[in-house]
Design a binder for this molecule. Structure first.
Ligand code: OOG
Ligand code: MG
Length: 255
């Protein structure tokens, strides 16, 4: 596709995000290269408005997420400071099209990672780890998309609530994760759902960003991907995530 056409789609998706209004799916003609090019172009518009890049998120790293959305390839998206929601704080539902949230684990890097790395290299690049709730929002009607649609839409990135940073426990392969909505446990899972071990998500992140000419910078945040299906958010919701050994994170939803 021509650069101008990609720019137009990037503008449409950025406007849909900015105005919290759904837009039709793009349809089947985009290549994955085009989709990541659109993502980069629409992300640049956010940077031009003064937002600062803080890291990236992985998507479709668990079966539960792949099955829920009908996409079975790993994807990634970019995060800015504007997407960070204060722990214990709130979001306003009116700022989103149809927000959902999902239980995740966040890594904070102390060293850059690029390309193919070993588990040991990935591990030694981690400064800290935290429980996190990702708020996702699709800019497409009915939260329906193809692989290339969702990549172009920054992989549904829209918010993240990160709990207290911990030093990395000895074994993070199977930490219990319980997502509660209004006091009731609604999704129960384990960090093992994330590619069998969440470190694999960091290894995949390093490889996937390199395919697009990027590295994971020191100081950046990497979200490992939802361990369970996402839940829909309504005004008035109080959401909490408990992750074994990592602690709790929560936020609420205002109209
Ligand atoms: C796409 C984003 C997927 C995850 O953690 O798997 C994702 C979506 O489900 O809208 O964030
Ligand atoms: Mg996610």
């Amino acid at each position: 596709m021509m650069t101008n056409d990609l720019q137009d789609i990037a503008a449409t998706l950025d406007n849909a995000m900015f105005s919290a209004t759904a837009t039709p799916q793009l349809g089947g003609t985009l290549s994955l290269d085009d989709a990541y090019a659109i993502q980069a172009m629409s992300f640049d518009r956010r940077l031009e408005r003064g937002e600062v890049r803080v890291g990236m998120k992985m998507g479709f790293t668990s079966r539960a997420k792949m099955v829920q959305m009908g996409v079975d390839e790993m994807i990634w998206g970019r995060l800015t400071d504007k997407m960070l929601v204060e722990e214990g704080g709130s979001i306003s539902k009116a700022d989103y099209v149809h927000p959902r949230c999902e239980p995740e684990i966040a890594f904070l890097l102390k060293k850059p990672l690029a390309g193919r790395v070993t588990a040991l290299q990935a591990q030694t690049a981690i400064e800290a780890i935290a429980p996190a709730i990702e708020v996702i929002d699709s800019r497409y009607e009915n939260f329906k998309f193809s692989l290339t649609d969702v990549v172009a839409d920054n992989s549904s990135s829209s918010g993240v609530v990160i709990g207290a940073w911990n030093s990395v426990p000895d074994d993070i392969s199977n930490l219990g994760m319980v997502l509660s909505q209004n006091g009731k446990a609604v999704e129960i899972g384990s960090s093992a759902a994330i590619l069998g071990h969440p470190i694999r998500s960091l290894i995949a992140a390093s490889r996937l960003v390199e395919e697009r000419g990027e590295v994971l910078e020191a100081g950046s945040i990497v979200l490992a991907g939802g361990a369970t299906a996402a839940i829909a958010l309504s005004a008035g919701d109080k959401v909490k995530l408990d992750v074994e050994q990592l602690g709790r994170v929560n936020f609420s939803v205002e109209p």
